[in-house]
Design a protein around this ligand. Structure first.
Ligand SMILES: [Zn+2]
Length: 339
């Protein structure tokens, strides 16, 4: 059988020990994953640590190699039609609702006010900081690896936030300066989540909160859709947390686990099916595509719209009730005295 040119991974790979417990004994959790979203080459596998249950993309691109998989994927200034337009989403009603929902989730644990200082890690263009500042009056700061996103955040005139470019483990903010640190859809991209959460603990005031939102490995749609479940996003996503392994990760970094919930995120089914369909039709690459394929693509989008209202939305509410929704939020509290 001819080798699919998309099979070869063009960057160096590594197979680290378990990022949670250091174990080296793994079983295969899922095979045959491709970069369905951005169509970059390579076939990936997810391994589960036999000791603690953490699921990791393994082998995975090295930190240097990951740059290839991020190029044009998320970057705000990317010259790519495949880049995800996160700014457009967060300006929309749905995006504003999501950020309000995130703030309400944090305030289940503690109300925020002007004495608080919230740091959003992976802040992109800072839209959550606008929501937090507007509704609570708290001071806000953001850090992101992507200099283009931070430049746009500074330029667009949102909440008066202090922004830094870099990683939290390089201590871009003073120790003990934040009362809340948020990681929204960010920690699953991190090559060493425990080390990053330890850095978050350093940056927090005593008793401060860390808030982590990630996809939920133990979710209904992941079981149903398997490797076609969109939030797997291998190889950009390096760690695939269940509620148990997320809790263990927070505790290993020295946090007291104070809150967990699965969350409404009702786009997983239609985006997963949409990516699958576009892959089958061959319309994810650069166009123009033949008229017949474009017509089928249009029909597929119409069907997915119906699926969204009749299947996805009702199932999202019920899966939230039974704690098997596709995303989850965990909140940890830093020790109140010196570590
Ligand atoms: Zn482990």
């Amino acid at each position: 059988m001819a080798l699919d040119p998309r099979d070869a991974c063009p960057v160096p790979l590594e197979s680290p020990a378990c990022l949670l417990c250091g174990g080296e004994d793994f079983s295969v959790a899922l095979e045959g994953l491709r970069d369905f979203a951005w169509q970059k080459p390579g076939v990936f596998r997810l391994d589960r640590c036999r000791a603690c249950g953490l699921v990791m993309t393994r082998p995975r691109p090295t930190v240097e190699g990951l740059g290839f998989y991020y190029e044009g994927a998320y970057s705000a200034g990317a010259d790519s039609t495949q880049a995800v337009d996160m700014a457009g989403f967060y300006r929309s009603g749905a995006g504003r609702l999501l950020n309000r929902y995130r703030l309400i989730t944090i305030e289940k644990v503690r109300k925020l006010g002007p004495d608080d200082r919230l740091l959003d890690v992976g802040c992109s263009q800072g839209f959550f900081l606008d929501t937090a500042h507007e509704h609570t009056g708290c001071a806000v700061a953001g850090v992101d690896l992507d200099a283009g996103s931070v430049a746009l955040a500074r330029a667009r005139g949102g909440a008066p936030a202090e922004y830094s470019v870099g990683r939290l483990i390089d201590d871009p903010v003073p120790a003990g300066s934040a009362s809340v640190i948020t990681f929204f859809e960010c920690l699953e991209h991190d090559p060493d989540p425990v080390a990053t959460l330890v850095a978050a603990r350093r940056a927090l005031r005593p008793g401060g909160l860390v808030v982590v939102e990630v996809p939920n490995w133990r979710s209904l749609w992941r079981v149903v859709l398997g490797r076609r479940w969109m939030p797997l996003l291998a190889p950009q996503h390096l760690v695939h947390f269940s509620p148990d392994t997320l809790r263990a990760t927070l505790e290993r970094a020295g946090f007291e686990f104070v809150h967990h919930q699965t969350m409404l995120f009702p786009i997983e089914l239609v985006t997963s099916l949409g990516l699958w369909g576009e892959d089958l039709l061959g319309v994810r690459g650069p166009g123009p595509h033949p008229l017949g394929k474009r017509a089928l693509h249009g029909l597929m989008r119409l069907i997915l719209l119906v699926v969204f209202w009749t299947v996805e939305l009702p199932v999202a509410f019920w899966s939230r009730v039974f704690h098997v929704a596709g995303h989850q939020t965990a909140i940890g509290r830093a020790p109140s005295g010196p570590a």
